[in-house]
Design a binder for this molecule. Sequence first.
Ligand SMILES: [Zn+2]
Length: 84
Amino acid sequence: MRIKCTECHSKAIISSRNELDPKVADLYCMCANPECGASFVMKLSYSHTLSPSRSQAHSMAVELLRGLPAAEQLDLLQQARAAG
Ligand SMILES: [Zn+2]
């Protein structure tokens, strides 16, 4: 992951990371430009999911199927196989 110095726009190095929550971290950064030497904290946060985790998709499918009568479950499985 690339961080740019907020002062001189040179490359900065992440010296440490403080995990505040699984989706938010503070990144302690130091500018690599010896003539600048700024240090600062950037916040790294989760934004949104593009595709769900395979394990999440699997458990969602199982939950959805559980809510249906057995005949419909089989019907959906057949449809899924035909589509694949
Ligand atoms: Zn700098």
